[in-house]
Design a protein around this ligand. Sequence first.
Ligand code: SAM
Length: 494
Amino acid sequence: MDEHDMLLSPGGVDALRTALTRAGFTSNGIAARLGPQATGGVARNDFRAALRATADRDPLGTLIRVFICEQTEPEAAVAAALAPLSLDEALAGGLVERQGDGLRMGLDLEPYGDEWWVLADVPASARPGRPLHAEHVLGIGGATQTLIGATVRRPVETALDLGTGSGVQALHLSTHARRVTATDLSERALRFAATTAALNGQDWELLRGDMVSPVAGRRFDLVVSNPPFVVGPGTTTHVYRDSGRVGDAIGAELAAAAPGLLTDGGTMQYLANWVHVAGEEWDERVAGWFAGTGLDAWVIQREVADPMAYVNLWLTDVGHTADPQRMADWLDWFDAHKVEAIGFGIVSLRRAGHDDPTVRVEDLRQRVEAPLGDRVAGWFDRQDWLRVRDTDGLLAARYRAADGLQLRQEATMGDEGWAVDRQVLAMPHGLRWTEEIDPLVLALVGGADGRLALRDQLALLAVAHDVAPEELAEAASPIVAHLVERGFIEPVTD
Ligand SMILES: C[S@@+](CC[C@H](N)C(=O)[O-])C[C@H]1O[C@@H](n2cnc3c(N)ncnc32)[C@H](O)[C@@H]1O
């Protein structure tokens, strides 16, 4: 561990871990204690059943009441639950705070995964009316989980978490990286990350500084970042949200830094927002971030918000809902820059070291099969397969339709029976793409049973459809490459 203060002394962290372990304050321990009904209630912020199940205020019950159900509890019960951590240290470290005669949580101490705990600030929603600290440390929210799910989890030597906050991404990295480095601009956030690391028995290199500056000149096998990606005029009120960069420049800045950060074959994944500007194609704009980087890039847009909904969301996130001036300034900036919408998505980059990298920026708003990280890894694997094959290589390969692939038809009843209007291929698994196809492609996919080389399959189709085989092969190869890229058909490798 580097020289970063923690929220508690090293002895205090050990004592807290002892208290939590002894009480069984883990995700599994809590679920076992509460049972399915109360656990379901807690997930909906309905704590009634959980409070009934913990009424005897034993240590586990008290910890659940304080840190899960957000209750104020008697001092003696809280002191007993946290022992051997002294109450004085818990108060000084901000873990609990006084409220009337009792104590309530001062920090969000979240049991996470099977055996982990994550320390973060209490969210705005739990302290209505209290302004968020400018260096508020984010708990495990939707964006955090999106990056956790999207990360390619293959074993690596070195991994970097840029903008670590609570340290939750670093915690996940520690499961498959031999060495973990985590950075943050905020010294306060680094105190949280250091405490999360120590509480979970982890040893990370923690560095303070602006984005990539603390690791300048160093390379990593895997880099992840859930940066302050919120777009707007570039003013900063909360460091977890605002980068201080104008518009969506943080996304472009990370793209530009990626080639210098990655080892050969290294992967970088980050969350980003991008503006949709009137008169511009959003995907071309985002693709421009990767021009000249030499990196393979796959950018998937998962959500799109209109400016009003976007500003509302982020004002609510920091408890600034009743601030019409702030809202007006932000919306005016969007108007002035012709921003019609804001996209949210995941950028995955790879330093594969070839001259002709693939840059794909696409809408992928359907629900995908979890974990998304496996889908990202599969996408890059398919790019590797495609890259080394020209048209002849594609024609020589055999293909099999993806497991469970479905055909959906829309047809209209006419005088002569059903007339098919649309045929759509649908993947029930994985990325769950759907794609409208014509009868020839349908026949090609339908015949992909892994036995015939594509060349032979196309020769049969050429006869059946009365077209020249060379013409068909020429026309089919980009379509086949696309179907492979999306996973509708898979090359047979045995
Ligand atoms: C959205 S939070 C993500 C926290 C955590 N990694 C997660 O996934 O939940 C962004 C983090 O980036 C940090 N940060 C903000 N601006 C930064 C900058 N210019 N350089 C490095 N870190 C920054 C913030 O302090 C915050 O911890």
